[in-house]
Design a protein around this ligand. Sequence first.
Ligand SMILES: Cc1cc2nc3c(=O)[nH]c(=O)nc-3n(C[C@H](O)[C@H](O)[C@H](O)COP(=O)(O)OP(=O)(O)OC[C@H]3O[C@@H](n4cnc5c(N)ncnc54)[C@H](O)[C@@H]3O)c2cc1C
Length: 417
Amino acid sequence: MTEPQPRRIAVVGAGIVGLATALSLQAEGHEVTLCDPREPGTATSFGNAGAIVTGGVVPTATPGLWRNVPKMLLDPMSPLKIRWSYLPRLAPWLVRFLDAGRASNAERISGELATLTGHCLDAHHRLARMAGAMDIIKPVGWLKVYRNRAAFDGTAYDRGLMDRAGVKYEVLDADELRQLEPGLSRDFTIGLFQPGSSFVSTPYTLSQAYFRALTERGGRQLREEVTSFTFEGDRVTGVVTAQGRHAVDGVVVATGAWSRGLARQLGHRVPLDTERGYHLNLAWGDGPVLNRPTVIGGPQFVLCPMADGVRLTAGVELAGLEAAPDFRRIKALLPLAQQALPGLSGEITREWMGHRPSTPDSKPVIGASPRHRGVWFAFGHGHMGLSLSAISGQIIADLVAGRAPTVAPEPFAIDRF
Ligand SMILES: Cc1cc2nc3c(=O)[nH]c(=O)nc-3n(C[C@H](O)[C@H](O)[C@H](O)COP(=O)(O)OP(=O)(O)OC[C@H]3O[C@@H](n4cnc5c(N)ncnc54)[C@H](O)[C@@H]3O)c2cc1C
């Protein structure tokens, strides 16, 4: 006997993952309600580097990373930073994170991520066409630049994973780099270029476009925080907010870094934490030329040519959801950014911090609840939430429809931990 199709679906969380999921479900004919007290796209999805990285197959934890933990604790300028006070709460996550970095695990995880990244751009194009937003997604690739061969050689492990996943990339010499990015400092002599990646020149504009498409087609918005769920037997029947209960036939939990509590209510202990990341938006002025998001190897930061300025993004800070932001490191990177991109303005038009929703194995949670009928999960996308949002939504829509999903969801199941 086939399951009856849910018709009224609440997508909880209006970040880029919730928005893409809501739009994908609506395209299948479901009545979708997007629940979030915030304006759509204004949490973590607001401030990222805008890259849709089709070659993003390198997990965050890789072999040998554990050697850097003392530096992470002691050096305020380390790109990876742990706050001492958060260490006791973080410890179980950190143990799993370091385990995920063992060579055999990292290799497997990379292959599993590749099954998603291989579809991530097509899935965005599908939604962007529906939303009339194709012009926001620019096919300019993803570039990393290095000052010398020794620094570039440090990427050997990552390139090995990319090779085995079939990711196309080019190694550029100084002249080729100059042609691609004439505004960058001539100190950079080697580039690693993934031409198949794309760039969203304002991530918030893409969120708005997906949201507009949803509401124009009759999708509803509920500006309320979901606190719990109601059930009849094992089937979900409602989402509960401070304003009351809203009846539904299905729920998708897409609440990013805040998903642990809702997953717990649904019977799952998920080791989700947050890798906080920062950006400074810098006025364009009549400043430099930059055509694509560019990772500056070494200090590890990204410069992105956003519509509203050059965005400097950096940092992985393990300090939880509550602690106040600490802008010292990102501000200390500004002179290095100005060296990398001569002419870059020092006028900061925005300081921002966001919460990457991070599982220890760098894989999102995508799939159906094994405990409750009518419940699906799409969260934990870490460094890749913009890239993987549309394919995640497509997989959820496939599962809700009872079709074989575009990508096998087993590696992303909520009960894998
Ligand atoms: C500095 C930085 C750079 C990045 N660069 C890139 C990049 O270039 N490419 C890329 O692919 N990814 C990048 N990322 C990662 C990406 O931004 C995230 O993975 C992604 O934004 C996560 O989206 P989300 O929808 O899961 O979460 P969010 O955007 O955080 O949205 C979650 C939403 O859930 C809502 N919510 C929470 N609890 C509840 C509740 N109980 N009820 C209702 N609503 C609730 C929140 O209000 C919020 O609006 C970057 C991240 C950072 C920090």
